[in-house]
Design a protein around this ligand. Structure first.
Ligand code: F6P
Length: 366
């Protein structure tokens, strides 16, 4: 053992996803069983680190959580150490402060030698000032969006794809019976992995993703052309971040104090409305929303979470700090934790999933 870790901290940051508890369990048990290293959990992401909300994680807390969705630690996608919301001033304007010192005071008080952050781009970016202040950090990638730069797979993606596929399958039978166009809006922010994989798995007729801007006229012509085929129904898997050829995306809300303030949503309705108006075919929209992030993790996510978490622990044992574990071409790798900062892994236009979908006559609206 190249390092003398006595106590580690675990924090989950950003949006939750299935498999977070599997990662907390894997990491915590590896630490407790290895050399009896102590484990503490930080509540609600960086907010808990700033506000000194820390709990001991023993075998009891780490048992029975492998299959549970969400995170037993709580999470937060609105708080960063460098921009902590303190409240409002007299004019009602928000007051933000730099709370890096407060984070380091929590670290000091609890004797945390290494902080493991299970998160995405935003969570990893937030480690920068902490690393600069002398804290050892380790990153474990998670997000249903699968868009973290440097890794081919993230915790949560497989389960969310399964949920997306199940929803599209169910829309298939009702759309077929009523000869309707069924538009399903899926999450994914600015990347189309979730919609592409779910659309491919469910045999969706149209897949709209942010990486391939769509022309609504092309989509209308395509579904109209299917009117006289079989039952005439069409299934459209539409990413929340899908954009039209003139670059338009639909934003559902701004969350000012979030490191990533834009929340997308509403494009499904927009597409459905245009199709019904232009083709006259009855069209319905379903927005999956947070259903995609909830519930128990699929087997693959439990495996990914446990292997990522234990690999991150081994790296720290070897004294290899400030790394993010990653899966690259089937191999586990260690990347710099800041490598993913400010970047996104988008779907390449010639990706094999896109080629496969096009081969079976899926329309991308381009
Ligand atoms: O990044 C995960 C994700 O679920 C995105 O797919 C989605 O755009 C966003 O988070 C939703 O965020 P919130 O939970 O704040 O509504």
């Amino acid at each position: 053992m190249a390092t003398s870790m006595k106590r580690i901290g675990i924090l989950t940051g950003g949006g939750d996803c299935p498999g977070l508890n599997a990662a907390i369990r894997g990491l915590g048990k590896a630490a407790l069983f290895h050399h009896g290293i102590e484990v503490v959990g930080i509540r609600d992401g960086y907010q808990g680190l700033i506000e000194n909300r820390v709990q001991t994680l023993g075998i009891d807390e780490l048992s029975g959580i492998l299959t549970r969705g969400g995170t037993i630690l709580g999470t937060n996608n609105k708080c960063s150490p460098e921009k902590y919301y303190e409240g409002n001033d007299e004019e009602g304007n928000p007051i933000y402060t730099n709370a890096v010192d407060r984070c380091m005071a929590t670290v000091e008080e609890h004797g945390i030698d290494v902080l493991f952050v299970i998160g995405g781009d935003g969570t990893f970016t937030c480690t920068k000032p902490l690393v600069e202040a002398g804290l050892h950090c380790m990153g474990i990638p998670k997000t249903i969006d699968n868009d973290i730069y440097g890794t081919d797979l993230t915790i949560g993606f497989t389960t969310a794809t399964r949920i997306g596929t199940m929803a599209l399958d169910r829309l298939h039978s009702t759309g077929d019976s009523h000869h309707r166009v069924m538009v399903c809006e899926l999450m994914g922010r600015n990347s189309g992995w979730l919609t592409l994989a779910s659309g491919l798995a469910s045999g969706s007729d149209v897949i709209l993703i942010p990486e391939i801007p769509f022309d609504i006229q092309t989509v209308c012509n395509f579904v109209d052309g299917r009117k006289n085929e079989r039952s005439g129904f069409s299934i459209i898997a539409c990413a929340e971040g899908a954009r039209t050829i003139d670059g338009k995306q639909i934003v559902s809300k701004h969350i000012d104090n979030s490191p990533d303030p834009i929340r997308l949503g509403g494009i499904g309705q927009h597409v459905a409305h245009a199709i019904e108006k232009q083709t006259g075919i009855e069209t319905r929209t379903t927005t999956l929303g947070h259903i995609q992030r909830g519930g128990e993790p699929a087997a693959t996510d439990r495996v990914v979470a446990t292997t990522f978490a234990t690999a991150a622990f081994e790296l720290a044992l070897d004294g290899k700090f400030n790394k993010m574990v990653a899966l690259s071409n089937g191999h586990m790798e260690a990347k710099n934790i800041l490598e993913a900062a400010g970047k996104q892994r988008l779907v390449p236009n010639n990706h094999r999933f896109i080629r496969a979908a096009r081969a079976v006559r899926t329309c991308f609206g381009d």
